[in-house]
Design a protein around this ligand. Sequence first.
Ligand code: 5GP
Length: 130
Amino acid sequence: MPSIFTKIINGDIPCYKIAEDADNFAFLDINPNAKGHTLCVPKKEVDKIMDLDEEAYMKLMSFSRRIGKAIEAAVACKRVGMSVIGLEVPHVHVHLIPLHSMKDATFQHKENLNSEEFETIAEKIRNYLK
Ligand code: 5GP
């Protein structure tokens, strides 16, 4: 059965899309640690990041860096943090999180955004990718 992220990539489940290229897809996390929290996901479904082949791993990191720079430009924050967890969704994803303090990196505190706020922040990030 396809993962929830494969369903998002295929357009079967909606998301606030940020960008895609041939190999990777980026969209806003639906339960963000902070406004602008983005997930970068390889289109090829692999569970654990250490199981990606070297090329797929390097492409994911390069894609994530490009998206992270746009987030840093679009969202007021001290820096953009990057983490890989994968305990909830068994499909590799890089979390890019605008950090204001350590609590944003802990996955304990969550930000409540309405759909308009999600769309506004997605649009802002997308504008820095043009
Ligand atoms: P992890 O697997 O790294 O522990 O966390 C999975 C992340 O995916 C969580 O931050 C969660 O909010 C996010 N997530 C889970 N399901 C969905 C979904 O359907 N849409 C979006 N945009 N994010 C999701």
